[in-house]
Write a protein of this length. Structure first.
Length: 530
């Protein structure tokens, strides 16, 4: 550990020296070159299918929403039927099922008084609790999109976008359920109890079971490359950049190297967490996520209560503008697209990233974590995103500080105006929220990228430390300079993950059904025994 920090400190000093000797245009030059090399990929992933002169839909949105609808119907509205079960599972009401001997009630293949599939890792059934796994995954999705992205969606699509945002969140719950069930089902656990999971494993192992071994390996490798790229850009540099910018703006820092210093501090803080692996990440996020929720959602609730007389009008606008053919910014279709786009892009349901965090859960029953995971889009989109949207709509009713249909460049600024207009000095609170959202996203995505890195290059300590050092260097780079094309490329890699992930989930639907039946049978047996 001491050697690691000594080496990291040396690299950070070199970055600082390098930044001070370079011209301000260096970042722009790098950005231009990178855009030239990767622009084609970004355009391909985010290619928009035109419906009219004003309405264009990214093709990836069709895959995400189409998949969410398909899984909702295939699993018979699992997000509603088992919502109470998910709450009880998170609370620990069914933890007894994971105790030795509980498996005997579910009809698994038994060998020497144990489940055959778990013999090689006897005593090891995961690394974190259901609540910690949910918190770790939530910290990767609840982020700047909940603050800035929602403001952009509302400004373009109008109040009606809120309605479709909620629908997207509700549908996405089925996608999260499916992919996270598979994440636990096909994970690897070594002799020390360390978990390796995610789409890479259910693509390679699951498709092999279906007779498509080579195809599965190819898809798994593609996913691993994409998740690594996504972890360095959107999951790291963008987060560090936005956190740094918010602090510089709040404290009006004039020092041109402030970003580097903030980045170094963030890298050191992140290093303290990510060096400890998923257990330490989960132990931080299970405290950070509830705190973030109370801080941000609490402030939003206060604003809504302060303006309770505008609530009926706001709700009316949200519902009626969702269906009006004459609404602004493309009418009904415009509101629908903006709502679905923000809701889906925020909770990442169907992307497969969250399955990596959920794979580390302590359980013998894969479906137990799938049912827990369906809470993630509900919290991220139906609760947090909706709170932001309602605050924006309510405050705009009597202040009129932005015009629906006009695209804004800075969503954080619009949300900050809404909060500041109701709670003096709340910009400080929002800055804290931005920093915490960015930091929590960063540490979760470090784990996602690490799992992809280990899948490709092996599970040695050298591989582990190499990735973490590079990741922390990128924290400093992201905080110090803004590389727009790098972030665009990274975002494209994140949503490129949708393609291999969705193929794997659709192929493995029968296995998901099987695991759900086992878990529900186990719950029924537990209830009878009480």
């Amino acid at each position: 550990m001491k050697r690691f920090y000594t080496f990291l400190a040396f690299l950070l000093i070199q970055i600082n020296a390098f930044a001070q000797t370079q011209e301000p245009s260096t970042a722009e030059k790098v950005d231009a070159v990178f855009k030239k090399l990767t622009g084609w990929f970004v355009e391909a992933i985010f290619y928009e299918i035109p419906f009219s002169d004003t309405v264009k839909v990214p093709w990836v949105l069709f895959v995400l929403i189409g998949g969410a609808i398909y899984f909702t119907l295939t699993f018979r509205f699992v997000q509603f039927r088992h919502f109470r079960t998910s709450i009880k599972t998170v609370k620990g009401d069914y933890d007894a099922l994971d105790h030795h001997g509980a498996h005997k009630t579910i009809g698994d293949e038994i060998q020497n008084d144990d489940i055959k599939d778990t013999i090689k890792v006897e005593g090891h059934h995961g690394e974190v609790s259901h609540f910690q796994a949910l918190s770790a995954a939530l910290s990767g999705t609840v982020g700047l999109g909940n603050i800035a992205g929602v403001a952009v969606a509302i400004s373009i699509g109008g109040p009606g976008a809120t309605f479709w945002m909620i629908i997207a969140g509700l549908l996405g719950m089925a996608s999260k359920f499916a992919e996270c069930t598979l994440g636990v089902c096909y994970r690897d656990i070594d002799e020390n109890g360390v978990v390796y999971g995610g789409p890479m494993y259910y693509l390679s192992k699951g498709l092999k079971e279906k007779g498509f071994a080579k195809f599965g390996k190819i898809l798994a490798a593609i996913f691993a490359v994409l998740v690594i790229g996504g972890s360095f850009g959107g999951g790291n540099m963008f987060q560090a950049n936005q956190a740094s910018a918010s602090l510089i703006e709040l404290f009006q820092i004039q020092n041109q190297n402030a970003g580097i210093y903030i980045g170094i501090v963030m890298a050191l803080l992140a290093g303290l967490v990510i060096i400890g692996g998923i257990k330490r990440i989960a132990s931080v996020t299970d405290k950070l996520v509830p705190f973030m929720a109370v801080l941000y959602v609490g402030a939003a609730l206060i604003i809504i209560i302060m303006n309770f007389k505008y609530i009926p009008e706001a709700l009316s606008l949200i519902f009626t503008e969702a269906f009006k053919g004459t609404a602004i910014a493309g009418g009904f279709i415009g509101a629908l697209i903006q709502g679905f786009k923000r809701g889906t892009f925020s909770n990442e349901a169907g992307v497969g990233s969250a399955a990596i965090a959920h794979s580390a859960v302590r359980t013998r029953y894969p479906a137990s974590e799938g049912i827990v995971a369906l809470l993630e889009p509900f919290i991220d989109t139906v609760v947090v995103c909706t709170m932001t949207a309602v605050v924006l709509v309510i405050t705009n009713i009597h202040l009129g500080y932005f015009v629906y249909g006009e695209k804004i460049s800075e969503g954080v600024e619009l949300t900050a105006k809404a909060f500041e207009s109701q709670i003096p000095h709340s910009s400080i609170l929002l800055t804290i929220a931005v920093f915490l959202f960015a930091f929590s996203t960063m540490i979760s995505w470090s784990y996602y990228g690490l799992q992809g890195f280990k899948y490709l290059f092996g599970k040695s300590k050298v591989v582990d430390m190499t990735y973490k050092i590079v990741f922390l260097i990128f924290v400093v780079v992201g905080a110090a300079i803004s590389l727009g094309s790098v972030i665009d490329f990274s975002d494209a890699m994140i949503f490129g993950m949708v393609v291999p992930n969705m193929i794997g989930v659709v192929f493995l639907i029968p296995r998901i059904r099987e695991e759900v039946a086992k878990y529900l049978k186990a719950i029924a047996g537990l209830k009878k025994s009480k």
